[in-house]
Design a protein around this ligand. Structure first.
Ligand code: 5AD
Length: 527
């Protein structure tokens, strides 16, 4: 058995140096590739023809590095935080000389970045491992399990899945290079499970997979103790990045061609600048929105407890802050909210909604709801349904309650039958479907700016999102991908808008460097 609790390695600076050399190597690779678009930032391509994702096939390994050209396959389950963690893990792997591949058959190392928020999500990795064990050649591969299930199961993982060699929770990602070094030296039971950390996971190189929206984590972990939620046990204590490092990253993202930034945190609005500058979250939003070239800023997930009017004021005074807020309520009954330990009542939540509805702009609202939490009566549930009608959300993510290990709720009686949890979920979804349909249909005739993210050749349709995060389809062309278009709503369903373009402005394209065509963020912003 190797390493129980990881401590910081004395060789950290040596690894940093290796990673730095790797990045220089990758940059050299890119500059010798002429017009094949390979970019760290995966900026939107005006042509809509290049994938932007650092491709497995054309990125050669750095032979002198630890990975030595070995390949890795990384699969991600769960939330956007996990997706972005995986982008950073991929960056760490590539900086060590590993090459990403698109299937586990072609990989020397297989990594699963797992989610344990609900029981079903947590089960996925075990079924994946079970299926994988039956495939030919699986014995020769190294398997690592990362993220929330890794943290939750810890050492038990090696008993449950003996083919696994690395188990690493997200709070130990800053130690990932050290852990990989142990795997590379032949250890087959390597663990990174320390939750007691003040470090954020910052990487020199991040492999960004989304071409349009750059994720940016500003706060990790969670200090809340909501009775249903496993996150504080799997992601460790809250730790904020400094405002200046966040703004520096925004500048780098703009330089890489991004115009939309999505700020992430489990409780994103609990962020406080740890540096003496001491910005509030609302001040940070304003600073990010003021970075030249940034055209859209989203942030998720906000906790109602920390949702203050200055956030709405920042949105009102900064057009780049999107008119969209995700504010999970979880339940409409104050009694259930108290049992969930959410720290607010229905009335206090509605006060926050009131600020948002009084903004100068129409801000779209979304929420998360749990049906069938311990002790939820039909009367409590009706209050959740009535909350939906009162607030009129644009989107609702609803889940049946499932008890999670080490949470307060495991000691409560799980009184609601599975079938009632499911029935309540369906009722809620139908009520919300009608609300969304009505709200979307009320937009017919209005014009919105759409950032186009895709094109369906069979239908001749471009698809993108408004600043309020509504999906919008309209007749377009591949060249629309990556562009902002003005589109007028002609019809609407509960989940998307359909429209017609009403501008004919073209993107200015700049041939910026040897790496290929890139769209400059500033070109967008100056329209
Ligand atoms: N059961 C069901 N849903 C849950 N969520 C978190 N924990 C649980 C659980 N134990 C939901 C909450 C949260 C979202 C990310 O997942 O609604 O906001």
């Amino acid at each position: 058995m190797t390493c129980g609790k990881m401590t910081r390695s004395p060789n950290r600076s040596c690894y940093s140096k290796l990673r730095f050399q790797a990045i220089l190597f990758l940059l050299a690779q890119r500059s010798s590739m002429g017009n094949d678009l390979i970019q760290i930032g995966n900026a939107p391509s005006p042509e809509g023809v290049t994938s932007g994702v650092v491709s497995a096939s054309n990125l050669a390994p750095a032979p002198a590095l630890a990975g030595d050209g070995k390949t890795f396959y990384l699969e991600t389950f769960g939330c956007q935080m996990n997706v972005h963690d995986s982008e950073k893990v991929a960056g760490v792997m590539m900086a060590r000389g590993y090459r990403p591949v698109d299937s586990h058959q072609d990989a020397d190392i297989i990594l699963y970045n797992t989610c344990s928020i609900r029981e079903k999500a947590a089960q996925k990795v075990f079924s994946r491992l079970g299926a994988f064990r039956k495939t030919k050649g699986s014995d020769n591969k190294i398997i690592g399990v990362l993220g929330c299930v890794a943290q939750q199961e810890g050492e038990r993982f090696f008993e449950r899945a003996p083919q696994v060699s690395l188990v690493c929770g997200s709070a130990s990602y800053p130690q990932l290079p050290d852990l990989l070094a142990q795997v590379e030296s032949g250890n087959r039971r390597v663990m990174g499970l320390d939750l007691d950390t003040e470090d954020c996971f910052e990487t020199e190189f991040t492999r960004r997979d989304n071409r349009f929206r750059a994720y940016l984590t500003i706060i990790e972990g969670c200090d809340q103790r909501c009775a249903f939620c496993v996150v504080p046990m799997t992601r460790g204590p809250e730790r904020s990045r400094s405002g200046s490092s966040i703004i520096d990253e925004c500048h780098r993202l703009v330089d890489a061609g991004y115009t939309e930034i999505q700020i992430l945190g489990q409780i994103v609005n609990a962020w406080r600048d740890p540096s003496p500058v001491g910005w509030s979250f609302a001040e940070l939003l304003a600073r990010v929105a003021e970075v030249p070239g940034v055209r859209r800023v989203r942030f998720t997930t906000s906790h109602p407890r920390y949702f203050t009017p200055d956030i709405v004021q920042a949105i009102d005074s900064h057009p780049a802050l999107c008119d969209q807020i995700h504010l999970p309520v979880q339940a409409g009954s104050s009694k259930v909210l108290a049992r969930m330990l959410r720290g607010y009542s229905r009335e206090e939540y509605l006060e926050k909604i009131h600020y948002i509805r009084n903004a100068q702009r129409a801000i779209s609202l979304s929420t998360d709801i749990i049906t069938g939490f311990c002790g939820e009566t039909e009367r409590d549930f009706e209050q959740t349904v009535s909350l939906l009608s009162e607030v009129e959300y644009d989107q609702v993510f609803a889940f049946k309650f499932s008890p999670r290990p080490n949470t307060a709720a495991v000691d409560f009686a799980d009184t609601v039958a599975e079938e009632d949890k499911g029935r309540r979920l369906s009722v809620l979804q139908e009520v919300q479907r009608q609300i969304q349909l009505r709200r979307n249909q009320a937009l017919v005739g209005e014009t919105f700016e759409v950032l186009v993210e895709g094109y369906q050749p069979r239908l001749g349709q471009a698809v993108g999102r408004t600043t309020s995060n509504k999906v919008f389809n309209f007749p377009g062309e591949p060249a629309d991908i990556g562009c902002y278009r003005q589109v007028t709503v002609t019809s609407a369903g509960p989940n998307s808008l359909v429209g017609e373009r009403n501008d004919d402005r073209r993107l200015m394209i700049e041939r910026r460097n040897d790496f290929g065509l890139q769209v400059s963020g500033r070109d967008f912003a100056e329209w």
